[in-house]
Design a protein around this ligand. Structure first.
Ligand SMILES: Cc1ncc(COP(=O)(O)O)c(C=O)c1O
Length: 315
């Protein structure tokens, strides 16, 4: 086992585990890439590191720089961790109703929190961050929804790791938020084998699942269009919040303690396994379950968890 110079060098190279015990079809294997093993706890460590390193290379980020971000989720946490280690000051616009764990983690990594109205949700926080970035051109706004370094992190990291560890894959199934994971890893995998199917997991219009977006909601990330997302994706799978919670629970049967979007992806993989004759599906477990403990997702009734999730931004 090597000794690493920095915790940031531990980003990437995550393990893949066989979770086929949850597959309803004995001829379809389901494999899960455990992104919660990254030091900041999620797949977003990859994009955050690439976006920061790119901004350092092109001179936008210099020692002592200030960054502004609007994520209440994994990107904010990942950026906060890297900023703390690299000595940058991060301001995060955060809706007042985010779950306690998210606020605490941003505080752990020393980010400055700028509250935004809870009723306006994460889109309101993003609008406020764009306004503030406009008023303060000296602040660096990495804007993960349009930053090509986000997809590049997956084109150079996640995709090659999957190809190295599992060249027999037939399907790559991941959630769609900024689309960085799907655009980057999906493109890399199709370039290696054009027969690999790339499937996106989305919640239905008007419903929320942790970090995931429905493209029909009206906001298509620039990253998605810039990477010809509509051509790249072979299929979209719609998964509801309740199924996501159910499959987040089921994942514990195979020793995987995950966040809720990973439950959504697993629900989609299980549906895919029913549709297909045979295959090897590689899925992404975006993060661990720690940040979601206060949802009661593993312990409380499904109705109760669903109702609770409507008032608080957990996901
Ligand atoms: C928990 C979680 N799941 C899924 C995603 C979606 O990944 P991407 O933004 O690469 O599309 C994100 C990121 O927004 C996330 O934080």
């Amino acid at each position: 086992m090597a000794v690493y110079e920095s915790a940031l060098d531990l980003i990437g190279n995550t393990p893949i585990v066989d979770v086929s015990a949850l597959s309803p079809n004995p001829r379809v294997r389901i494999l899960a890439k455990l992104e919660g093993q990254n030091p900041g706890g999620s797949v977003k460590d990859r994009a955050a590191k690439y976006m920061i390193e790119e901004a350092e290379k092109d001179g936008r980020l210099r020692p002592g720089s200030v960054l502004i971000e609007s994520s209440s989720g994994n990107t904010g946490i990942a950026l906060a961790m890297i900023c703390k280690v690299r000595g940058y000051h991060l301001k995060v616009v955060l809706p007042e109703n985010v779950s306690i764990e998210r606020r605490q983690l941003l505080e752990v990594w020393g980010a400055e929190i700028i509250p935004s109205p809870g009723g306006e949700g994460s889109n309101g926080a993003m609008r406020r961050a764009i306004e503030l970035a406009g008023e303060h051109p000296e602040w660096v706004f990495l804007h993960q929804y349009s930053n090509q370094a986000n997809a590049k992190a997956h084109y150079e990291g996640t995709g090659p790791e999957i190809w190295r560890d599992c060249p027999e894959l037939t399907h790559f199934i991941a959630g769609l938020g900024t689309s960085g994971t799907l655009m980057g890893a999906g493109r890399f995998l199709k370039e290696q084998n054009a027969a690999v199917q790339v499937w996106a997991v989305e919640p239905p219009v008007g419903e929320m699942v942790d970090g995931l977006k429905n493209l029909d909601e009206g906001y298509v990330p620039e990253l998605f269009t810039a990477n010809d997302g509509f051509d790249l994706l072979d299929r979209k799978m719609i998964v509801r919040p309740r199924e996501s919670i159910e499959w987040t629970r089921r994942l514990t049967e195979v020793g995987v303690f995950s966040g809720i979007s990973s439950g959504a992806i697993m629900a989609a993989a299980v549906k895919a396994a029913k549709l297909l004759d045979e295959g090897t599906l590689v899925t992404i477990v975006c993060d661990g379950g720690w940040k979601y403990l206060s949802t009661g997702a593993w312990t409380d009734g499904l109705d109760e968890v669903e109702a609770r999730a409507k008032g608080i931004i957990y996901f």
